[in-house]
Design a protein around this ligand. Structure first.
Ligand SMILES: [Fe+2]
Ligand SMILES: [Fe+2]
Length: 333
């Protein structure tokens, strides 16, 4: 990991640099806030360890500057300080610091703080890689634009609503919500394995072609479950595999690939099924124009208990306004 270290005191700076290097990280150093700010803009280090008190730009103001101009990539910030009172620490957290280390500190303490920061940075990289893979699969498809962004928000909104229901106690918790947000964009990853003349065919697919098209669910599942089996602790991979396999199942058993019925269909797949169909309805596709929310809603309602789980439809009705908001916010141009 690339770590930017800032301290106006050269001895402290060299000591810190030596320690961070000895922990196996690449370092860049700066002797004041301004120089650090330039380096941060040019090189985008994933971690910043900064002194608090420095002339001109202090540690907290450097944090603030970074937080105000951060794009998608997060910089984990540790402030080195002799200050210990709560008021000061709150000020630094408000400015955007993630962690503190008080002088004098030991190598072990520094190492622990860097490791906890690295965990966060790694999680973010994981999330970006998952999204990049989804995008790559989608780039061959006709459903492009912001479909993946919208689907992850619709799914999250539905899951957040179910979280409030007693029925889903213990099943829909915060990690379920995070996982569905993370993995719903992978639902069609199996389309990578579908030949172009079928995937991109502008006309209706014949029976044989449709049978091949349906296998995107199995292909996606096989790919993701193979990865999930390599890391048994990664719940999100198991969830992504079940979504890929079952997002075309229907509540009455008439869907594919296995004709699962009702609650035999994994809950995340029942959620993504509604999110995916709603998005197809309100978006323009090669074979159809975009429908307004009210028409799309009436089509969803027609599918209540046949295509969709009634509990999910109920959640959709309760969160309509949020759906409209997301579809406007991530409109395709
Ligand atoms: Fe699909
Ligand atoms: Fe989709």
């Amino acid at each position: 990991m690339k770590v930017l270290i800032v301290d106006d005191d050269l001895i402290s700076l060299r000591k810190l640099e030596w320690l961070v290097k000895s922990l196996g990280h690449e370092t860049i150093t700066a002797q004041n806030g301004e120089e650090a700010w330039q380096i941060w803009k040019d090189q985008g280090p994933r971690m910043l360890i900064t002194d608090w008190i420095m002339p001109k730009v202090s540690g907290p103001s450097l944090c603030e500057k970074i937080r105000n101009s951060e794009g998608r990539q997060y910089t984990y910030i540790i402030i080195v300080t002799t200050k210990r009172n709560t008021h000061d620490l709150i000020e630094a957290i408000n400015a955007g610091a993630d962690n503190f280390i008080s002088k004098p500190y030991s190598k072990e303490e520094l190492s622990a703080k860097i490791t906890s920061g690295q965990r966060i940075v790694d999680l973010e990289s994981r999330d970006m890689i998952i999204f990049a893979i989804s995008k790559l699969a989608e780039s061959r498809d006709v459903e492009t634009g912001n479909h993946l962004e919208r689907i992850r928000y619709y799914s999250k909104i539905l899951a957040q609503h179910l979280h409030k229901k007693q029925k889903y106690d213990g099943q829909v918790d915060h990690s379920f919500i995070d996982n569905i947000f993370l993995t719903s964009p992978l639902h069609d990853i199996g389309k990578i394995g579908i030949p172009d003349h079928i995937l991109l065919k502008p006309d209706r697919l014949d029976d044989e072609e449709f049978a091949i098209m349906k296998t995107h669910t199995i292909i996606g599942h096989e790919t993701l479950i193979a990865t999930a089996n390599k890391d048994l602790k990664a719940d999100y991979l198991k969830m992504s595999a079940s979504i890929a396999l079952s997002h075309h199942e229907k509540y009455d058993g008439s869907g594919y690939p296995h004709g699962l019925k009702g609650e035999e269909i994994p809950l995340p797949a029942r959620i993504v099924a509604l999110a995916d169909v709603y998005d197809a309805l309100v978006s323009k596709r090669v074979y159809k124009t975009s429908y307004p929310h009210d028409i799309s809603k009436s089509i969803i309602l027609k599918g209540n208990k046949t295509h969709f789980d009634p509990t999910i439809v109920e959640a959709f009705l309760a969160c309509e306004d949020q759906f409209i908001e997301v579809s406007n916010l991530y409109k395709d141009h």
